[in-house]
Design a protein around this ligand. Sequence first.
Ligand code: RP5
Length: 162
Amino acid sequence: MSTNPLVIVLMGSKSDWEVMRQCAEMLTQFDVAHECRVLSAHRTPVETAEYVSGAEQRGVEVVIAAAGGAAHLAGVCAAHTVLPVLGVPMESASLKGMDSLLSTAQMPAGIPVGTLAIGPAGARNAALLAVAILACSRPPLRGKLKEFRAGQRAKILKEELK
Ligand code: RP5
């Protein structure tokens, strides 16, 4: 789904895709047009800056950026746009994602990154938060979000422990 994306989903490596596809799937579930790309803050710094700088002009409203280690992709994205940037820390081999979490969350004042949880929960919640942001000016989307919450509630309430 990539025609006139409202949300762009960036990740620092294809190795992040297994987790970040859950973000894309959630956006698809809400029929939110999005575009997913691998772009790295340190391996493709120029291309990352160009892509994110041009996002607003393309009609993008939310940027989601996922990275592992101290790669700091979300912060770099936020430096190049005033669109809301949501960061998803990827679980890393050596520090289990604590490095990713801190490099994404601990932005100095002035350039914010809304940081989600490490890994799959963060990937899914980034999509849900993007939907909530978009829903501020799209009542039908807000309706879908309420339906989603109602579905979760119903699922919990019918659980039986045997
Ligand atoms: C980061 O480095 C990526 O976001 C990824 O999580 C991590 C490892 O990348 P690969 O070495 O698997 O490409 O930039």
